[in-house]
Design a binder for this molecule. Structure first.
Ligand code: KIV
Length: 272
């Protein structure tokens, strides 16, 4: 367990709000499979996000749009088989909640029943109000997601910083207040100016988790493959790499290939 994680109790939505109240920053990272989720949970992470970024980092798709509800449930179940302490959030995939609110609640119920996760995350504000209300009315906690919302990439046309203009910043502030009023327990703000994110974090009582949103928010989230340096082709300014697993894994695999080719592996002790 991390030296920053003294409290070994299961993390809940209520405990995240208490962390904000006492000024304790919230750590959040993505995971998509049992083995990595085990390591991340044992290291003391507060929140594990089964992100629809699985579409990119697990499947190689260019966007998050192709991943299906069944695939998100598969990843969610694998992570839930591992996690003992962290709060687990599963992303609702594109097309599973935007159409109508009945479909949205049916999708959210499937995620909760079939993965055992703690809550779901949805991208958007006022435009998905009905879906949020219906899902919350079923007793399912929701984490919101505003700013750069990758499921809307075809509308934006680019992954650059959002809400730099006054009108978009104002809409984001209004959407954040709306999500809090509706009953969301936290919001992810992605790739927006740090000052705007800090203002939202100050105005709202629920935790604001940033990715590319500066240090004035209540917590940070990164995509695991990016921060561990598995995925070297993605280097936005906001990303800090904590390891170079790309080189570590490549070197290990090349050593294995060499040992097989030279008949060095297996040796006498490595056989029956
Ligand atoms: O899918 C994901 O990994 C996310 C994070 C970028 C917040 O939504």
């Amino acid at each position: 367990m991390s030296t920053y994680t003294e409290d070994l109790r299961k993390v809940t939505t209520r405990r995240l709000i208490e962390m904000k109240q006492r000024g304790e920053k919230i750590s959040m990272l993505t995971a998509y499979d049992y083995s990595m989720a085990t390591l991340i949970d044992q290291a003391g992470m507060d929140v594990i996000l089964v992100g629809d970024s699985a579409s990119n980092v697990m499947c190689g798709n260019i966007t998050t749009l192709p991943i299906t509800l069944d695939q998100m449930i598969y990843h969610g179940r694998a992570v839930m088989n591992a996690v003992k302490r962290a709060l687990v959030v599963v992303d609702m995939p594109f097309g599973s909640y935007q159409g109508n609110s009945k479909e949205a609640v049916a999708s959210a119920i499937r995620i909760m029943k079939e993965t055992g996760a703690d809550c779901v995350k949805l991208e958007g504000g006022a435009e998905i109000k009905e879906s949020i209300e219906r899902i919350l009315s079923a007793g399912i906690p929701i984490m919101g997601h505003l700013g750069l919302t990758p499921q809307s990439i075809n509308k934006f046309g680019t992954y650059t910083v959002r809400a730099k203009e006054k009108a978009e910043a104002q809409k984001l502030i209004e959407d954040a207040h709306l999500l809090e009023e509706l009953g969301c327990f936290a919001i992810v703000l992605e790739k927006i100016p740090a000052k705007l994110a800090e203002q939202v974090a100050k105005e709202l009582t629920i935790p604001i988790i940033g990715i590319g949103a500066g240090g004035g928010v209540d917590g940070q989230v990164l995509v695991m493959h990016d921060m561990l340096g598995i995925n070297k082709g993605f280097s936005p300014r906001f990303l800090r790499r904590y390891a170079d697993l790309n080189s570590v894994i490549t070197e290990a695999v090349q050593n294995y290939i060499k040992d097989v080719k030279t008949s060095d592996f297996p040796n006498e002790k490595e056989q029956y």
